[in-house]
Design a protein around this ligand. Structure first.
Ligand code: TXA
Ligand code: MG
Length: 337
């Protein structure tokens, strides 16, 4: 299906026991349902059914060589899907340590897959999400759920059910009307083989991972060597605008002549507002605090599309550990990495 083409009616599922039963029923029947998680909304389907996986790729118009994260409800279940025997004792301990520290939560672990899994890749990415109704839905399904973010490929990830409907209405069977995603950015993706490598920065910081493991880990994101997480190669998270650029606050005024829309921290937008007034630019203010900024970012991207014939300027946040995942997503939205 091309973007914009609609095939079916997408059912709206209420956030209650009846809704949980309905979601499980659709998933058992081979349907695909958008579910809330603590990171972003995901598009769930039975990970073991090739025709269901095919539906997910088609609904999202996702490149076929970008693999999906599997979601399970327990560490025991995850251990049956990984090839534990292939790990050294040290790496097995690292896996257990990270799972016990951060699951359920916004951490995806990538390990060699169990030989019985029907996958083209040698590895499988797994996480246990925290959001209660979704965890319950996964528990009641007796299969892992493949769950990429519930947006058309390259568009911003959804943090509300309304965002899901903006790009996937008519393309998926149902959407569960959960709360606003608490974290607002995707999970941190970590590869465990004979070492530990961060493949995608996310809600759990590298510092938190290093503190839990009591060792330094490799950072694929900054090393710019071979790309191990295929999804990080594509243009991502981009709002549909005339153009999207990422600028230092001190450079933004150079673009006032374009009457841009500017998204950034309130502290910096105040500075620009004083220079521009309301005639030279429009502003979407986000928090000065990184955790709140993360929760607000994708919503700001969708709001920006209300100004879609305008140029969008993103103000570069601080180059600090706490802002690493935000920086990554803003760079990708501007097509910079
Ligand atoms: O927070 C999240 O991770 C959300 C929620 C719904 O769980 N999901 C999500 O999925 O962000 P998606 O498909 O948008 O991003 C998955 C990322 C991609 O960059 C993909 O390439 C990478 O995980 N990935 C999946 N399987 C992998 C594997 N076997 N090896 C390396 N990277 C993998
Ligand atoms: Mg995604």
């Amino acid at each position: 299906m091309k973007e914009g083409s609609q095939k079916n009616i997408t059912s709206i599922i209420s956030q209650d026991e009846a809704g949980i039963c309905q979601a499980v029923e659709i998933l058992r029947a081979g349907g695909i349902v958008a579910l809330p998680t603590e990171t972003v909304y995901g598009l769930a389907g039975n990970a073991l059914m090739p025709n269901v996986i095919d539906k997910i790729y088609k609904a999202k118009a996702r490149p076929l060589n970008n693999p999906l994260i599997w979601h399970v409800h327990s560490l025991e279940k995850a251990l049956t899907l990984f090839d534990i025997a292939s790990l050294s004792e040290q790496s097995y301990k690292r896996l257990i340590c990270l799972a016990q520290n951060f699951w359920p939560g916004p951490l995806t672990l990538v390990c060699k897959k169990s030989p019985v899994l029907p996958l083209a890749y040698d590895t499988v990415a797994i996480r246990i999400p925290k959001t209660a109704p979704t965890l319950e839905i996964i528990r009641r399904c007796d299969f892992p759920l493949a769950m990429p973010s519930a947006n058309l490929s390259s568009r911003p990830s959804p943090t509300t059910a309304q965002h899901v409907l903006k790009t996937l209405s008519g393309r998926i069977d149902a959407v569960f009307m959960g709360d606003h995603a608490e974290g607002g950015l995707e999970s941190t993706v970590v590869l465990i083989d004979d070492r530990v490598t961060i493949l995608r920065p996310g809600l759990i910081s590298i510092k938190e991972i290093q503190n839990a493991l009591k060792e330094t880990v490799n950072n694929e994101v900054t090393s710019h060597k071979k790309i191990l997480s295929p999804g990080t190669r594509y243009l991502h998270y981009a709002p549909k605008m005339k153009s999207v650029s990422l600028n230092l606050v001190n450079d933004a005024s150079k673009f006032f002549y374009l009457r841009p829309l500017i998204i950034g921290r309130n502290i910096e937008l105040d500075q620009l507002r004083n220079m521009a007034g309301s005639s030279l630019a429009d502003f979407i203010d986000l928090s000065n605090e990184p955790k709140i900024f993360a929760r607000q970012l994708y919503d700001a991207f969708y709001r920006a599309e209300e100004y879609k014939d305008r140029h969008l300027i993103l103000i570069l946040p601080p180059n600090h550990e706490e802002w690493a995942a935000i920086n990554d997503r803003m760079k990708r939205a501007a097509g910079l990495s």
